[in-house]
Design a protein around this ligand. Structure first.
Ligand code: NI
Length: 170
């Protein structure tokens, strides 16, 4: 296993659409292990493969940030089947270090996908887990928090990012 560096906003790859995984082979399994290790090392609650430079439809989510490893969810080719309600929360993203944005997300989602063993999974989630799944699946479609924010909040965040870039902190 290895910790991979996480791409930050500004990397064009983050805006691309990821490709479905056709076969769960050794390479995919290794990528999943590395993603999980990288997510925990970064104290994140979720990570999508494009954030580590791989345009594959794979996400990892653990809203306990590693405190309860049984809460780890890894989904291959995840797809939101149903979503209901809406909730606004302050969200972070490992590709936007130290920044947060208010984002509107569904309150409830039903998601289908494959486990790392290739088993079909269907899970229902509410609250923080629903937000995290929606956030990570967005990454697979090249959608970032900044694309979901209001124009005002987006401008504010862009100013903060440009300041960090000038200071060499991005
Ligand atoms: Ni993110």
């Amino acid at each position: 296993m290895a910790i991979i560096s996480i791409l930050k906003y500004g990397e064009p790859l983050l805006l691309e659409k990821s490709h479905p995984v056709e076969k769960i082979d050794e390479e995919v399994r290794r990528l999943i292990d590395d993603m999980v290790e990288t997510m925990y090392a970064s104290e994140g609650v979720g990570l999508a493969a494009p954030q580590v430079g791989k345009l594959k439809r794979i996400i990892a989510v653990d809203i306990s940030a590693g405190e309860h490893p049984e809460e780890l969810i890894v989904l291959i080719n995840p797809d939101i089947k149903t979503e209901e309600g809406s909730v606004i929360t302050e969200e972070g993203c490992l590709s936007f270090p130290d920044l947060t944005l208010e984002i509107e997300r569904p309150r409830y989602v039903k998601v289908k996908g494959l486990s790392p063993e290739g088993k079909e999974l269907e899970l229902e989630a509410e609250g923080l887990l629903a937000c995290a799944l929606s956030h990570e699946i967005d990454h697979l479609n090249g959608v970032l928090i900044i694309n979901r924010a209001s124009p005002l909040k987006r401008d504010l965040m862009m100013r903060k990012i440009r300041k960090k870039m000038r200071a060499g902190e991005w």
